[in-house]
Ligand binder design. Structure first.
Ligand code: FAD
Ligand code: MEZ
Length: 568
């Protein structure tokens, strides 16, 4: 047998997996996955038997209910979904290599037109496209505003880039800040965001972001989130980046809380379901969407309102390079679905766009592990050193500046250097240790030897930095936050280099998340939120502002779409 289906077919026929010979009945493969679990046990049960493995393939940071079929694919070679970002190379039964080609939305036009001509297969009030934070927040708020909601996600797993978010969610004047004695103002968050975005942001959207940020923290907390740890991100004047206690990654937590609440409220969530067209009537009003179900084929859902929460395109290097040729060939920090086909769908429906030329590189991807190392490591005290063992930049400057500075160093990469007190301050660092991307030494000199930099120089750099911490002033690079001395052995280093991270540009929206058309009018029934939109972040997004963006604008989009659906 070549693939899993042949093997099961030989054992017991098609009904070993499927209800009938006709194959899957839904795109979540509900029946098929139940069959896997009934024979092999669920993910937790399987992971429990893998305690001796350094990396267990069945234990992950993905969110929601992870279907067995996300990796174990019936009629094609099985592929480990984790290998989209990592390169674990698990030895899977009937396994193949991770590969993904971008498929434009308008292939199979005849089949698409036929499905449209056949008319809707079902009807709902609101369709939400994308299961990242913006989509899930919109689902929760649309349900709370009385709408019937179908949420469509093209990937086999939910959560988009949101589930990968690490460092935090920015918010000003919050209860966790008050508990920690941090003084902040919404006006300062607005100023920081505008300055970081080089003042080309839409100021009205920035006001919505900052003025609602504290409410968004309360909203998440009321649903069960822990946002009590508050740290510093690049370009922020004060500590306002919220994450779970102890400094665990923010994204998987927020996405899981939103997922649980969307499910609890009865949202119909469909994976493996790509939206390829937003449909409109002759007056230009939205009437629904055309879905490409991976297993059930093309079909139409009639809906009063549609929310585009399709995220960005940083994983699509052809598209990135078209807008910013300097980033051609760069690796990306993003999940594999961040290709920008949602943007194509929106543009095809007449949406206007802005700022697409602004694509952000995150300064610190580990070339060894392929994973992004959170800015929170620097926020909590790590320094950046080059191959000469010297600091070369204010480590918590904005990302555009930090990335440019790293690219100017020998080897176009640098080392994040920190001590055990930084490690203990941030749970997320344990993941990097677990992934094997962290070098360690009992002294700065021992660490320097491991990473190939001059030991005496690294020791001198650390001593000089510690002097700045003591005096409270970095006279070399004017780093504004100096949280702790680096003096507790062991010492650690992670090699890092910039990678494509965020698309600042996207669909044009107003403060109610209504989508604007090219001629400036609003497309009736079309809403958008999150990384799919442009204007909130200007030319350069501040770390921590995206999770704030998706929760706040996702909430607004869900409520507005539900209200519109009720009125039409
Ligand atoms: P996503 O979460 O990407 O979700 C969009 C979803 O839409 C995806 O699941 C995608 O598959 C789906 N989709 C796309 N097109 C279609 C279609 N045609 N049909 C159906 N589904 C479709 N920001 C912060 O503020 N703080 C952080 O700490 C932080 N850390 C980050 C760490 C990493 C590694 C990365 C990659 C990003 C990080 N960001 C962070 C940025 C932030 O995570 C994202 O900008 C944000 O989560 C985007 O949310 P979203 O809901 O708009 O999109
Ligand atoms: O906002 C981000 O993208 C972010 C904070 C990423 C990170 O370094 O954790």
């Amino acid at each position: 047998a070549d693939v899993l289906a042949d093997f099961h077919g030989e054992m017991g026929g098609c009904d070993t997996c499927h209800v009938s010979e006709k194959g899957p009945t839904d795109d979540n493969l509900t029946h098929e996955n139940a069959q896997c679990v009934s024979c092999h046990g669920d993910l937790n049960e399987i992971a429990a038997g893998e305690k001796d493995l350094k990396i267990s393939p069945h234990k992950s940071h993905l969110i929601g209910e992870i279907a067995c079929t996300s990796c174990h694919i019936g009629h094609e070679k099985s592929v480990a979904y984790c290998d989209a970002c990592h390169s674990f190379g698990f030895d899977m039964p009937f396994g193949g290599k991770w590969e993904r080609k971008f498929v434009p939305i308008d292939v199979q036009k005849d089949a698409q037109d036929k499905a449209i001509a056949a008319g809707p297969r079902e009807t709902t009030d609101v369709v939400i496209i994308g299961s990242g934070g913006a989509g899930l927040a919109a689902a929760v708020s649309a349900r709370d505003n009385g709408a019937k909601v179908i949420l469509l996600e093209k990937e086999p797993v939910a959560g988009g880039n949101t589930k990968l978010a690490a460092g935090g969610m920015n918010a000003a004047e919050t209860k966790p800040q008050a508990a920690l004695g941090i003084k902040d103002k919404k006006e300062i968050m607005i100023e920081d965001t505008m300055k970081g975005g080089r003042n080309i942001n839409d100021p009205e959207l920035v006001k919505v972001l900052a003025n609602n940020s504290s409410d968004s923290i309360d909203w998440l907390t009321a649903m069960g989130a822990d946002m009590n740890d508050v740290g510093r991100m690049g370009g922020a004047s004060v500590n306002r980046s919220h994450r779970p206690t102890g400094g665990a990654g923010v994204g998987a937590h927020v996405a899981q809380v939103l997922w649980d609440n969307a499910v609890k409220r009865g949202t119909d969530i469909r994976l493996n379901s790509r939206v390829v067209r937003v449909l409109k009537d002759d007056s230009g009003k939205v009437t629904g969407v055309l879905v490409e179900g991976k297993y059930t084929g093309y079909y139409v859902i009639k809906a009063d309102a549609v929310v585009m929460a399709t995220g960005g395109f940083a994983r699509n290097n052809d598209r990135v390079a078209k807008y910013d040729p300097k980033l051609k060939g760069f690796a990306a920090t993003n999940h594999p679905g961040a290709t920008g086909d949602g943007l194509d769908v929106a543009m095809q429906a007449g949406a206007d766009t802005r700022d697409l030329e602004w694509v952000q590189a995150h300064p610190t991807l580990s070339p060894r592990g392929g994973v992004m190392v959170t800015e929170a490591v620097r926020g909590n005290g790590a320094i950046l050193v080059n191959r000469e063992g010297d600091r070369f930049v204010n480590e918590i400057t904005t990302r555009d500046k930090a990335s440019a500075a790293i690219l100017q160093q020998k080897g176009a990469s640098a080392f994040l250097v920190f001590d055990d007190s930084v490690r203990k301050s941030l749970k997320k660092i344990e993941n990097y240790v677990h992934l094997g991307i962290v070098d360690e030494g009992k002294t700065p000199e021992e660490l320097a030897k491991k990473i190939g930099v001059p030991g005496a120089e690294l020791a001198k750099t650390i001593a000089s930095y510690n002097g700045f911490v003591k005096s409270g002033k970095d006279t070399q690079f004017e780093r504004p936050n100096l949280p702790r001395e680096l003096g507790t052995a062991p010492y650690y280093a992670i090699e890092v280099k910039p990678a494509v991270h965020h698309s600042m540009g996207g669909v044009k929206i107003d403060t109610k998340t209504e989508v604007k058309a090219k001629d400036g009018h609003l497309i009736q029934g079309m809403y958008a939120a999150g990384e799919a939109t442009g204007g909130v972040h200007g030319a350069n997004r501040l770390g921590g502002n995206a999770i704030s963006d998706i929760v706040t604008f996702g909430r607004i989009a869900g409520a507005e779409a539900a209200k519109y659906a009720k009125e039409h």
